[in-house]
Ligand binder design. Structure first.
Ligand SMILES: [Zn+2]
Length: 376
């Protein structure tokens, strides 16, 4: 990861480059800024710059073996510490236990927050921490001889999630730093960190990203129209993670819509092959998406009823949905609405209890063929 690939202010990059130029790279630095600012990618780009064999005055070369190892997150002198959900049953006690997931999210998504990280770990809603086993691992890694002749770098994402024991050990490390070692603390909320830790780090304030930069990034990475990229970035107020979530949510929504249309068309036509195909398609999604899809169906049924019996101004639909419902809504009426809602609610209930989705959706589409015809 090079500086040029990171959405961040030139000011911050200049500050980091100046440290190197004047040979005053502080051994403990804290990149501090709001959630959704590019602090973590900046820390990685800075590490790459520090480890690069051929850095220019502005950026790492991106091509030398050191740069390549940093880019693939396999450089032996670049260590990562991040909060994890500690679990005996899952055998997770420190960062290394979920390193594959970490490398995946950091290389593919690059910008993420705790929630996206927990989703990645299949641990939504849990409380991730940096615990005492992590401090042992840190000591162990720092006691190893460096692989190259430059620095050993330890990036600590969200040090505010260290528990008291880990924080005390960290403090000792910062008081007596091992030679040629650089700690880069990447922090959203400095108030949650021991003041004694903060006083031993050099703070680098990373501001929220600029809307235009976010729009450019969203357009390029997700291939959406300029207008969508602009509206998403305006709403995100400089939070890159939120902009990504919004554009991904939009894509997911569209996928549910297409699947729902397919489902209803095949239910109406009552073609057994189509019905099996579409139920298999739904069952092939992961559980969370299956549940979202069922919720989406309930939403469309409700909107159909509003379109049929109430004021159009109450509708909460996107353009493609509105166009579809103009023809479809008439099939959803007092003849079948309560049964449709009941069946979808029941499907949701069973999905939450880990029912076999293949059987569940096959059963549901068969019921749908009858229920849709009831409304004709
Ligand atoms: Zn290089």
């Amino acid at each position: 990861m090079q500086f040029k690939d990171v959405i961040s202010s030139d000011k911050v990059v200049k500050l980091l480059l100046k440290e190197v130029k004047s040979d005053r790279v502080s051994h403990a630095q804290m990149l501090l800024g709001p959630e959704g600012a590019a602090k973590l990618p900046l820390a990685v780009a800075f590490s790459q710059y520090l480890l690069c064999d051929n850095p220019s005055t502005k950026d790492s070369c991106g091509e030398c073996p050191n740069c390549q190892k940093v880019s693939s997150l396999t450089h032996p002198d670049l260590h990562f510490v991040y909060p994890v959900v500690i679990s005996k049953t899952d055998h997770v006690s420190s960062s290394d236990d979920v390193r594959a997931e970490w490398n995946d999210i950091l290389t593919k998504q690059k910008y993420f927050n705790v929630d996206s990280w927990l989703d990645k770990l299949d641990n939504a809603g849990k409380n991730p921490i940096i615990g005492v086993e992590e401090s042992r691992q840190i000591m162990k890694k720092l006691s190893l001889k460096a692989y190259g002749d430059k620095y050993k770098i330890m990036i600590i994402w969200l040090p505010e999630r260290m528990n008291a024991q880990a924080a005390n050990k960290m403090l000792k490390l910062l008081e007596e730093p091992p030679e040629k070692t650089i700690f880069l603390l990447v922090c959203d909320n400095a108030e949650a960190i021991l003041p004694t830790i903060i006083s031993r780090t050099q703070i680098i304030n990373v501001p929220a990203a600029d809307n235009n930069q976010i729009a450019k990034f969203i357009k390029k990475k997700y291939g959406v129209d300029q207008s969508i990229a602009e509206s998403v970035s305006a709403l995100s107020q400089g939070n890159i993670v939120e902009a990504i979530n919004a554009v991904q949510g939009d894509k997911a929504h569209h996928a549910y819509f297409e699947l729902f249309v397919k489902l209803m068309r095949s239910a109406y036509a009552a073609n057994p092959n189509d019905l099996i195909a579409v139920s298999e398609e739904v069952a092939a999604m992961d559980k969370e998406k299956q549940k979202n899809f069922v919720k989406y169906g309930l939403h469309i049924f409700r909107e159909s009823m509003i379109m049929n019996y109430m004021n159009d101004q109450l509708l909460n639909l996107r353009n493609e949905e509105k166009a579809f419902l103009q023809k479809f809504a008439k099939f959803i009426n007092n003849q079948n609405i309560s049964e449709l809602i009941e069946e979808f609610n029941l499907a949701y209930y069973h999905l939450e209890r880990n029912a076999n989705s293949k059987i569940l959706f096959t059963d549901l589409v068969i019921k749908l063929t009858k229920l849709v015809r009831k409304g004709v």
